[in-house]
Design a protein around this ligand. Structure first.
Ligand code: NAD
Length: 437
């Protein structure tokens, strides 16, 4: 059993804190957001994530996890302090490190001898050294401490199992003893542990996310070519994915990636490269292709409706979150698409199983409707933005009856074009023959 403090109780922090508690450690989860901590003390989760409430409740009950806003309390007995605060995009695409800096300053005030500070946040290469400098500068009396990078690779929607069964753990430090202790802390996860230096560990995270984003933009580029040449991108990715050198994941064509990680991390990596005088062409293409996907969705809607603009049309959105099983709306394609549709004159209605409350804050002009069937009423076109499982089972006969026109743009390729055509829908997926082949 180790004493751990997790600083920042957002998507990554709450999963990290609750999972380490579940592994038998004593965890204090710390956040400066008083409302979030008060909520957690009352059993209210800060985010939606399958299985999270049960995990937190179980560990609260077992007295293994506590919540606080006080650094003094959080760091009192801590041997390990994970930094899991946000690192959003700054104005020029760089990672904004203000939250990391403020966490480092607060750690400096309450640091214990031998504390190991572990960066879980995705931070630019060199940030670990910078955090150590802040602590030394802020508290010259700070006794021996170490900074280790241990980037997080979990995916929202499957965050607990990703944390508990990771593909690998990356541990980066110039302090071999600290790296060994952090590796030991993760031993029970039985994952390969890659021990490296601090900067390399920081880069592994960016390179991994940029590579996955590249796969998505690659298949989207192929989808465009498939559409022009009459091939089906779904079968192309299936055929490609069996090749173990390629792999089948992240090869789903659609309206592109979103969320709080890929967009900002690709941007931040390009920024780092440019700062050093490089021209990261591939990263720029990945971003450009992804931005175009959102515009393409609106163009597809217009083309399906056969109109130059969308004045007088009502469009219904199936799904708002950037991916299924999360309420995270950060940089969700649906937000850009909804704004473009509205700008083009459409009235937009939407249904999402979980994310409507979050979405309403970002796209107040969109009418949120409590069921997909009600939402479809009077619509001229439905658009799938998020591949929620429950959308696969919808009764499209019922939906067709209430729609003004039976038109469907499937931005995530979850339906069978032939079946949709048989049901009488004017259907279009991404990178597939129109109305089936
Ligand atoms: P988030 O915005 O959900 O949570 C960050 C939390 O940090 C907030 O609750 C905020 O109140 C708190 N915070 C800010 N400043 C603080 C301070 N000085 N002291 C204590 N708490 C403070 O962010 P997130 O999505 O959990 O991401 C955290 C980091 O993990 C980011 O760098 C992100 O890139 C990375 N990451 C995220 C994911 C993901 O799926 N969300 C996956 C892997 C890595």
């Amino acid at each position: 059993m180790k004493n751990i403090c997790v600083i920042g109780v957002g998507y990554v922090g709450i999963i990290t804190a609750a999972s380490f508690a579940d592994l038998g450690n004593r965890v204090v989860a710390l956040d400066i957001d008083q409302e979030k901590i008060a909520g957690l003390k009352n059993g209210k989760m800060p985010i939606y994530e399958p299985g999270l409430k049960e995990l937190v409740d179980r560990n609260v009950e077992a007295n293994r996890i506590h919540f606080t806003t006080s650094y003094e309390e959080g760091l009192k007995d801590a041997e390990f302090a994970f930094i899991a605060v946000g690192t959003p995009s700054g104005v020029d695409g760089e990672a904004d490190l203000q939250y990391v800096a403020s966490a480092a300053r607060s750690i400096a005030e309450h640091i214990n001898k031998g504390l190991i500070i572990i960066n879980k946040s995705t931070v630019p290469v060199g940030t670990g050294d910078w955090v150590a400098d802040i602590i030394k500068e802020q508290n010259p009396k700070a006794e021996k401490f170490a900074v280790v990078s241990c980037p997080e690779f979990l995916r929202e929607g499957s965050a607990i199992s990703d944390f508990m069964q990771p593909h690998r753990i990356v541990v980066g430090s110039l302090d071999a003893e600290a790296a060994e202790k952090v590796a030991q802390l993760h031993l029970s996860l039985r994952a390969p542990i890659v021990v490296t230096d601090l900067r390399t560990a920081e880069m592994i995270k960016y390179a991994s996310n940029a590579f996955l984003a590249t796969k998505i933009s690659f298949i989207n580029e192929i989808a465009n070519i498939c559409e022009d040449l009459g091939a089906d991108v779904m079968e192309v990715s299936n055929g490609m994915g069996f090749d173990s050198r390629i792999g089948s994941s992240f090869l789903n064509a659609g309206i592109g990636y979103g969320g709080s990680c890929f967009p900002k991390d690709v941007k931040a990596l390009a920024f780092m490269a440019e700062e050093k005088g490089r021209h990261p062409q591939l990263l720029h293409s990945v971003m450009e292709i992804n931005t175009d996907r959102r515009v393409m969705a609106v163009e597809q809607a217009k083309s399906l409706l056969g109109s130059k603009d969308l004045t007088g049309k009502t469009i219904g959105m199936l799904g708002l979150s950037f991916k299924p099983n999360t309420d995270d709306m950060r940089d969700a394609p649906s937000v850009t698409i909804a704004n473009l549709l509205i700008k083009d004159g459409a009235a937009v209605r939407a249904f999402d199983p979980i994310a409507m409350e979050e979405a309403a804050k970002l796209i107040p002009g969109v009418e949120m409707v409590e069921s997909p069937y009600k939402m479809a009423e009077g619509c001229d076109l439905l658009m799938v933005n998020t591949e929620w499982n429950e959308f696969r089972q919808l009764d499209f006969r019922r939906i067709k009856k209430v729609m003004n026109e039976a038109v469907l743009f499937d931005g995530r390729n979850i339906y069978d074009p032939e079946k949709m055509a048989k049901l009488g829908f004017r259907y279009r997926g991404v990178g597939r023959g129109y109305n089936g082949r």
